[in-house]
Design a protein around this ligand. Structure first.
Ligand SMILES: Cc1cc2nc3c(=O)[nH]c(=O)nc-3n(C[C@H](O)[C@H](O)[C@H](O)COP(=O)(O)O)c2cc1C
Length: 168
């Protein structure tokens, strides 16, 4: 039943000649905006990048996001820093989008945006003061297959207090 959660994997190779249909882009954004946010502030905006030239520029500038050379779409969530829980809110929205993608036949990779890399992104996307470029999400039709996620570790779970093991 929860297969869609385990099927989500980071995809780093895409079919560069297969753009994501506009209806699917909207579905991804609808999924992102369905996320919970503290006090329902929805302090997010999403920049949709779907032209080859811009995707290539981003891939060149951000080596951690070099899968954008083949991705046909990049969604850039941007956070309103006046919202107290903006990091959590944006993470929830990003994860929603990631989980929706395989249902639409799409692959994704969440690429982190380090604080020292903010300035360049701010200028590039013309983001106003007070907003935080949260991540670059590479999206496209996957050109690699990965097995479902199996990261479950019982040793990461405690019962009642730190360090106490749970009965199986
Ligand atoms: C906050 C965050 C930042 C990440 N940044 C990058 C990144 O910059 N480049 C990248 O290729 N993957 C990035 N990833 C993806 C992780 O490497 C990946 O989720 C992890 O290795 C587990 O693999 P899986 O997503 O296939 O389950 C990031 C994931 C998270 C949650």
């Amino acid at each position: 039943m929860l297969e869609y959660i385990y099927r989500r994997r980071s995809i780093r190779k895409f079919h560069a000649d297969r753009p994501v249909e506009p209806e699917k882009v909207t579905e991804l954004l609808r999924a992102a905006m369905a996320a919970p946010s503290a006090n329902n502030r929805q302090g997010w905006r999403f920049i949709v990048v779907d032209d080859r030239e811009t995707l290539d520029k981003l891939a060149e500038h951000y080596p951690n996001a070099d899968m954008l050379f083949t991705a046909t779409l990049c969604i850039v969530p941007v956070a309103d820093m006046e919202t107290f829980y903006y990091q959590q809110d944006l993470a929830a929205a990003t994860q929603n989008l990631l989980l929706a993608a395989p249902e639409l036949g799409l692959g994704t990779c969440w690429c982190g945006m380090k604080p020292e890399r903010q300035e360049w992104a701010h200028e590039f996307f013309e983001v106003p003061e007070g907003w935080w470029v949260f991540a670059l999400i590479a999206v496209g039709y996957p050109a690699e297959e990965k097995p479902a996620n199996t990261w479950y570790k019982e040793e990461n779970v405690f019962r009642g207090r730190w360090g106490a093991r749970r009965e199986a």
